[in-house]
Design a protein around this ligand. Structure first.
Ligand code: HXC
Length: 517
């Protein structure tokens, strides 16, 4: 026993030193600023006592330009596996108190080993990024380390969910690891992410900007579209990650965590009828419709601040996890533009690869007209949506609420694009284009020659709408499954989800398609 005791003493001493990172004072200084330490973040993510750390004793005697050797506890990153809300999750957390959380050879190896383990066991990975980037003293070893991390981000992509939390700086090439992951959560105030900072931009181009302009959480959430969630604090970021995980399977061969509530409840919800506006041109707030459609009005909206003309996010409908894609008529009249197409195409592909059924709510007048859209490549970007929907083999349920015009109707998952079930409200207008536009093109001369052109135009529009836009016309041609009362929406979608959950669809074998990126 005395011999063992001395070994135990050494073990405990080593553990304590390693866990203290660059020292208790530095850890406390961070906490005093309201910023969590690397280990605090891990503790917030995992159930108490479940985190199994890997590589606590990793170290790399870092030479500062050949001068003094410096110990780097844990090599500036905490890695390991534990239980989050009853599920296995792998996590790494960069320790800014050690060499600014910079990434060197051992640091990269720890992250790579963790990703390979997560791939093997099929569990999600959550990474806390708080780093000065490549460890300058290690030169091209750190560059190579980044390459190895990126390679594994891609290797595991589509097999296990990857969530990046940006808690501190994330500069230069380092930003590409989060960018290769599925979701990025950024903490407001304490984090930034950029390829070239304001000084480099000014030196290279003369353009002046602030870090807030290019690298803040809000800039990425509302302008660049690089991130998916904004958190008010580290604690909030962890809450978002945990909430997100409640909708995701642990890997691509599992189903998402459905919680079916027993037999499908087919009772109507009269409140949904009340949400249909009085006038055909009055905008609907799609978030209100989604709130009524999903369980407990709980909707985890993804990229809420960016491309707000389309709404995407996760919810449950009578217990079944769904990805919702919905036009937002309250913003840009719900048209599809470049950013909306990119946002939804990416979301659709995420849901498809992780077996999450898609529910699409359509109220779309078309693609956004404009020179900037055409020159910006709306053809290429819009094609991403078509591609993503057509390629998706998960259950696809579409509800047409009101407008469903032209190419945008197809881009919102019509039956021709592979929807399994398509419901339309009686207010739906399904047409190659809006009645007014169509009548102006087809009957320009007749309208001009009429004694009362306005009355003639109104008469033709009404006739056109009746003959060509009515959902009953579409139903006659089997383009839709049924016309339903809005109050029936939740019940029929829930039933459609139950009946399509066993869907299996095979496609021709190929490496992958060539999505118009
Ligand atoms: C080594 C680093 C480091 C780095 C910071 N430190 N960044 N050590 N390599 N990349 C060290 C500092 O020397 C300091 O050590 C400690 O971390 C804290 O840094 P401070 O500067 O005191 O902190 P702060 O004022 O908060 O500034 C944080 C920072 C700044 C904004 C991140 O440190 C910074 O600009 N770092 C360099 C960022 C950068 O240019 N990275 C790019 C590297 S190239 P002491 O011992 O004093 O506590 C790259 C290419 C990757 O990343 C390409 C991949 C494809």
């Amino acid at each position: 026993m005395p011999i063992l005791q001395s070994f135990l003493d050494e073990l405990h001493q080593r553990r304590e030193t390693a866990r203290a990172g660059a020292g208790v004072d530095k850890l406390e200084a961070r906490r005093a600023k309201g910023v969590m330490t690397a280990r605090d973040r891990i503790a917030a993510l995992f159930q108490a006592g479940t985190f199994q750390e890997w590589g606590l004793h990793a170290d790399h005697d870092c030479h500062n330009f050949g001068m003094e050797k410096k110990s780097l506890p844990g090599d500036a990153v905490v890695t390991g596996v534990g239980m989050t809300d009853g599920r296995v999750v792998a996590s790494f957390s960069q320790d800014f108190t050690v060499a600014g959380g910079s990434l060197g050879r051992i640091h990269a190896k720890k992250i790579c080993d963790l990703m390979e383990y997560a791939l093997k066991v099929g569990c999600p990975i959550v990474g806390f990024n708080d780093s000065g980037g490549a460890r300058i003293q290690e030169g091209d070893d750190s560059l190579s380390g980044y390459g190895q991390v990126f390679f594994r981000n891609v290797l595991v992509s589509g097999v296990i969910p990857q969530i990046a939390i940006i808690s501190g700086p994330c500069a230069g090439g380092a930003a590409y690891s989060p960018a290769l992951m599925d979701f990025i959560i950024m903490v407001k105030g304490t984090s930034n992410m950029f390829i070239c900072g304001p000084e480099v931009i000014q030196a290279a181009t003369g353009q002046k900007c602030s870090m807030d302009d290019i690298g803040s959480a809000m800039a990425h959430a509302s302008v660049s579209g690089n991130i998916h969630f904004v958190a008010d604090s580290d604690t909030h970021a962890v809450q978002i990650a945990r909430k997100l995980l409640t909708y995701l399977p642990s890997n691509n061969v599992m189903d998402p965590p459905h919680q079916p509530t027993g037999p499908v409840d087919m009772s109507p919800d009269p409140g949904m009828n009340d949400l249909v506006p009085a006038g055909a041109k009055d905008p609907v707030d799609i978030l209100q419709i989604i709130g009524r459609l999903v369980d407990n009005a709980e909707f985890l909206e993804v990229q809420r601040e960016w491309a707000r003309n389309i709404v995407v996010g996760f919810a449950r409908i009578q217990g079944i996890v769904v990805g919702i894609i919905a036009n937002q008529p309250a913003v840009k009249a719900g048209t599809l533009d470049i950013d909306a197409s990119d946002k939804s195409a990416r979301f659709i592909r995420f849901c498809n690869v992780f077996n999450i059924p898609l529910v699409t709510l359509v109220d779309v007048p078309g693609f956004l007209p404009g020179v900037a859209q055409e020159r910006g490549g709306i053809i290429r970007h819009g094609a991403k949506m078509l591609f993503a929907y057509a390629a998706a083999t998960v259950p696809k349920i579409t509800v047409i609420l009101r407008k469903a015009y032209g190419g945008a109707y197809l881009a919102m998952c019509s039956s021709d694009m592979g929807a399994d079930v398509v419901y339309a409200w009686p207010t739906a207008e399904i047409a190659v284009m809006g009645a007014e536009g169509a009548v102006r093109i087809l009957y320009k001369r007749e309208i001009a020659a009429a004694p009362d052109p306005k009355a003639k135009e109104a008469e033709l529009v009404a006739e056109y709408r009746d003959r060509f836009c009515s959902p009953y016309e579409a139903a006659k041609k089997s383009m839709i499954t049924d016309v339903i009362e809005p109050s029936e929406t939740r019940a029929v979608v829930a039933m459609a989800l139950r009946t399509t959950l066993s869907k299996r669809e095979t496609r021709p074998h190929k490496k992958h398609g060539t999505i118009p990126m």
